[in-house]
Design a protein around this ligand. Structure first.
Ligand SMILES: [Zn+2]
Length: 83
């Protein structure tokens, strides 16, 4: 088996569990694309899990974008810098 085929298989596997979702910041209207775990996203949407547990591989800023539709830049402008 050639190397790139293996790589392709691996990428396919990742694509099966992860979903690329596009979201837009409600404040600056900038578009963001996030790779999220499909099952985790579903669990969060169903209210089975907190977002920080369901989508633990996202950064706090990325989770905030999903929760409130506010990107990191705008969040800082609105609420001031994080600690
Ligand atoms: Zn923004």
């Amino acid at each position: 088996m050639v190397k790139w085929t293996t790589q392709l298989e691996k990428e396919k596997m990742i694509l099966c569990t992860k979903e690329l979702i596009q979201t837009q910041c409600q404040v600056c209207k900038k578009e963001y694309a996030l790779f999220v775990d499909k099952k985790g996203l579903q669990d969060w949407l169903d209210g089975k899990k907190y977002i920080q547990d369901a989508l633990s591989d996202l950064t706090a800023a990325e989770r905030e974008l999903l929760i409130s539709g506010t990107c990191d830049d705008c969040w800082k402008i609105i609420w001031g810098e994080y600690e």
